[in-house]
Design a protein around this ligand. Structure first.
Ligand SMILES: N[C@@H](CCC(=O)N[C@@H](CS)C(=O)NCC(=O)O)C(=O)O
Length: 213
């Protein structure tokens, strides 16, 4: 039987990683379609018809034909449809959503963009890099304080808030951002890395399409 989900993306994309990681942690095998961004595949009409923003990731749910985009919205969809990682109560779900918005506003831009510069995907001068470093440090302090005395970002178990934020901090090394000063974040990263189904970015997505095993 074909896999229920088909993920379109590219291996070096943080948002694609977040969705692949959620599927892996949920134990959902998925077909993977490599989208060659450098060749402009994401701006072709056939792809734009499925992903209005011309970006990766795109997730297709073959159970109902839905085409889903925006990684945070996809995580919420998967939590709903799989009944996993959505939080134990409405309160937890709402708190988790706050952390998703916070991540996209305060944490992800500085870390992903710094990584983009270090890997040569983006250009930025020293002033911009300093600004990103300051923003990352401010956000990491907020997260570190929040994680003091907690195992997970929301409630008593892993939620999509953890998966989403892990999907950013997994790239901190490539951004040359040292997480060791943030003791609670570092301990939480270890808990995340020990989860069944955990795959780090370098082990999750290939640079070619792949049918689920
Ligand atoms: N907010 C989006 C961001 C997606 C995104 O930035 N994707 C990048 C790759 S990491 C992309 O498709 N870039 C090509 C472009 O924007 O033209 C999400 O979370 O899904």
């Amino acid at each position: 039987m074909p896999a229920r989900f088909e993920l379109h993306g590219i291996a070096f994309s943080g948002p694609t990683y977040k969705v692949g990681l959620m599927l892996s942690l949920a134990g959902e095998a998925f077909d993977y379609v490599h989208v060659p961004l450098r060749e402009g595949a994401h701006k072709q009409p056939a792809y734009l018809a499925k992903q209005r923003y011309g970006q990766v990731p795109l997730l297709v749910d073959r159970n109902n034909g839905r085409h889903l985009c925006q990684s945070a919205a996809i995580l919420e969809y998967l939590a709903d449809t799989l009944g996993k990682f959505g939080g134990a109560t409405l309160e937890e779900r709402l708190q988790g959503r706050e952390w998703l918005y916070w991540d996209f506003d305060r944490l992800a831009p500085s870390i992903y963009r710094t990584r983009g510069v270090k890997r040569g995907f983006r250009q930025a001068g020293p002033g911009i890099l300093e600004m990103y470093a300051a923003e990352a440090s401010t956000a990491l302090k907020v997260l570190d304080q929040h994680l003091a005395g907690r195992n997970w970002i929301v409630g008593e178990d892993v939620t999509i808030a953890d998966i989403d934020i892990f999907g950013v901090l997994a790239f901190a090394g490539e951004a040359e951002i040292d997480l060791s000063p943030y003791a609670h974040v570092s301990a939480w990263l270890k808990r995340m890395e020990a989860l069944p189904g955990m795959k780090l970015p370098q082990n999750l997505l290939p640079m070619e399409s792949r049918i689920a095993a």
